[in-house]
Design a protein. Sequence first.
Length: 284
Amino acid sequence: MDNIAARTKELCRIYDIKPARSKGQNFLINDGIYRAIIKAADINAKETIIEVGPGLGFLTAELSKAARRVVAVELDDKLAGILKLAIDSQNVENVEIINQDILRFNPADYLKEKENYRIVANLPYNITSVFLRTFLSSARPPLSLVLMLQKEVAERIVTKEPDMSLLSLSVHYYGTPSIVRIVPSSDFWPAPAVDSAILRFDYERPRPTAKSLAADKLFFRIARIGFSAKRKMLKNNLLGGLKIDAAGLEKAFGEAGIEAKARAEDLSMEKWHKLVAALGEFVL
């Protein structure tokens, strides 16, 4: 990937590509960061990778060398067309380009019944929460994700109590997120207004079942209500949102070992699990 910045600009000139902020199109031009993403993904030659936002295909080419198969999902019609031409011209047989919105993408349509997969993605800020919720809560979750995110968003995701958010709770519920490295804005063209970060997430729960998916739904119903008003105490949010009586809520707090004045962001993942278990008898 020599002189990747010049190659990026030349391809954009040839194909009249004008990077769109609305689609998060800031092309990575540091080949060292591409190598860091590949290393963080920890791919073996038998695995399938779903790549989100392949852009001009520099990372796609490297992923295809490491994985058995790459399914690259690109929203932009022009970029998807360019990628297909490039793949065909180079006789790369293990890459499939899908011109689709990733939020409408169903992995089951492209995977065999028991085929595992990992995700490598460059996500625009405005879909991060929905993207994570969609894939982590699905019946076919990935083994892991390596994501290029805005630095502030990555920091929010890895944050624990007493500064937990609904986003960080939602991710920690399924496994362990960690920031691999910070990526300065100067490593992109055009340079965005903020720095980015490579985030690695490992899915650590057992394979989902109908029963576990129902339990997940209950957990997040309670969590969303708990975080519904940040400045309020957790018990007040739950009293209003769950329509539970004060005595029942006090009992649940006692069983979970939660202080009466606690706020949602104060609770550890362990305390959240205890609270939801204790509320189970009161919540339909």
